[in-house]
Design a protein around this ligand. Sequence first.
Ligand code: S3P
Length: 462
Amino acid sequence: MTVPLSHGLVARRSGPLSGTARVPGDKSVSHRAVMLGGLAIGETVVHGLLEGEDVLATAAAMAALGATVTTPDAPGAPWRICGVGVGGLAEPACVLDLGNSGTSARLLSGLLATAPIFSVLTGDASLTRRPMRRVTEPLSRMGAEFLTRSGDRLPMAIKGAPLPVPIDYVLPVASAQVKSAVLLAGLNTPGETTVIERTPTRDHSERMLRQFGAEIRCEPADDGGEAITIAGHPELAGRTVRVPGDISSAAFPLVAAAIVPGSEVVLQGVGLNPRRTGLIACLEEMGADLTVTPDPGAEDEPVGTLTVRGGPLVGIDVPPERTPSMIDEYPVLMVAAACAAGTTRMAGIGELRVKESDRIATMAAGLAACGVKLEVEPDAMVIHGTGRPPAGGATVATALDHRIAMSFLVLGLVADAPVAVDDAAPIATSFPGFVELMGGLGADLSAPSVPSASAAGPGGAP
Ligand code: S3P
């Protein structure tokens, strides 16, 4: 089944899902592989790169900055990147358009902040609403100059520091993007740059920087948490990178199989970095029948197989300290919570308000339109599940947010009446082949027969 993604989609109640699948490559690891490959001397060969729009935006930006990026000559073949060397980025001739991709914007800001060149970043209607102060603040301290639109938003002009200075920086928000931006800026900075994080966030940058030859230390910080220190001016050497499947994409078939009775789905080659597995912990606590089998041969990142069977779920309290390990999985966890018996409380999730959409508001509006009882607080959400499928029967506004679109399509597989999303195009940013993969497992997804008349949620029609 091939359904074009340039319009809405409808999900209908489906029979048990079954089969074995592999989700596309991890988005975070893919961005970093392209960036570090673009800085390293020699060839980097990337197997399993996510060919989603977000990563393609990073690849185009690295090419505009002087790296040689060779796209595969056949489906499934690796990407090849020849880098410019640390300190070798060329001034781009054009504005770098990063589409929907916050990771591209934040991490590239780090690279550009300590390159003595001028650049301008922009993006789509979602990305140009997202806050950049979280990166411009530490990167200004390193000597970069930024000019932004009001509210510290893109478009943003960057004048990289001609003489960068190293900093010690305590992260004010638990953000791997901010941590990574400062560490990447530290590459072209003399001396040692240190980032201190009080709550652990995904460590793909630290792992991959080390693999490319950077000198990087992770030590307990004096006042708690971890201090990550990178030594400036390393020689990065091209290498082979194997990108694991994205657990944030696996989350959709995983939750779908957990909530559709009688399902049995096996997801192979999924990245199981321990700082990304919060959703697995939640589903286990909710009573999901879930088995995790690590692959013994995994190298740079832990990888494994997830086997899940459909069955009843119960509501849980999700502790706030779990947030960074499942930051992108809350929308689909909310779908699981809507199908569970009892109340699920998700606290400490204020960061969801500055994702591709305000995910607390967008999910609350869509779930309420589907008949789910819930309460919203500034940085928390409480969902009251009844233990039976929600009513559904709504068209949900996805607000240019891929994970909102996929979450509601999962909900539609169990809801009493079909659930539609007004715009499925953003799914291509992170999960090309979503419709085909889900269809292969037995999900009933199709184009709407008539154009959607109304959409619930911020940005949607009343
Ligand atoms: C990412 C970090 C997270 C996550 C995003 C990818 C990364 O963002 O939501 O999808 O690759 O570093 P924050 O650092 O803003 O939490």
